[in-house]
Write a protein that binds this ligand. Structure first.
Ligand code: PGA
Length: 243
């Protein structure tokens, strides 16, 4: 695991954006795993700048997002499909038909989830997976529990995640109770992983994830077992790391 602690959020964003840009330049037909949340907004803005400056093209890229709220359509402003369109897809030359976000709809949950897994496999697997980390250590919406979920599945969100995410909704009541997320196994099959973390409220959990024991109670700790991980933390999120 390579750990980079930057001096600022902007530098964290640029360093992480460069990781994604390098992946796309090395293989213009690469498969990117993408993430939502507040943390990656800056790095998506940097990728849009790279595209606008003619330094980067997403024309051949396929993408798979980590997760989506159950019950929200892609047109809902708090849906992750909406987030991705607004922060990246609408501003670059990616073929929107080649962008995938798990469906927040669909009654037959097992079918929707297994079709998502199949689509990732048929695309050749994820070359680079971008991750944030939740204040409770979740990656995607894989919440702390007694096991590491293997595949894409429907998950009940913890109260702490709903409270953390309620800042983007009008009230806590409006935050969905369920999400559909890639599993830990899905994430671990990515050939490379870039995790970004920003802010002092991530400092302790980032330390637990990187330097503590590997445990499903800190889902991100499993990344210690992945052979190709880059963690990019800003000064505040990296403040408690010992190395
Ligand atoms: P954040 O979310 O970037 O908004 O902090 C990260 C996450 O919950 O995975």
């Amino acid at each position: 695991m390579r750990v980079i602690v930057t001096k600022s959020y902007d530098e964290m964003s640029r360093v992480a954006a460069d990781e994604l840009a390098a992946c796309v330049r090395d293989n213009p037909a690469c498969v990117l795993g993408l993430a939502t949340g507040t943390t990656p907004i800056g790095l998506y803005a940097d990728l849009v700048s790279d595209f606008e400056a003619g330094r980067l093209s997403f024309a051949g890229v396929t993408s798979f997002n980590l997760d989506e709220y159950v019950g929200l359509e892609g047109t809902h402003p708090q849906s992750y499909r909406y987030f991705m369109n607004k922060n990246l897809f609408d501003h670059v030359d990616i073929d929107i038909a080649h962008t995938h976000v798990p469906s927040g709809l669909g009654d037959d949950d097992g079918k929707v989830s297994s079709e998502y897994e199949l689509a990732i496999r048929q695309a050749g697997g994820v070359d680079l997976q971008l991750l944030g980390i939740g204040p409770n250590g979740h990656i995607g919406f894989n919440e702390p529990t007694d096991h590491f979920p293997v595949a894409t599945h429907r998950v009940e969100l913890t109260e702490s995640t709903r409270v953390a995410n309620s800042r983007l909704f009008d009230s806590l009541d409006e935050v969905p109770r369920y999400a559909r997320t890639m599993g830990i196994g899905t994430i671990m099959r990515a050939r490379k992983i870039v995790l970004v973390a920003s802010g002092e409220n991530k400092a302790q959990i980032l330390r637990d994830a990187i330097e503590g024991p590997v445990t499903p109670m800190v889902p991100a700790s499993i990344l210690q077992f992945h052979p190709n991980v880059v963690v990019v933390a800003d000064d505040k999120a990296g403040a408690l790391l010992s190395r």
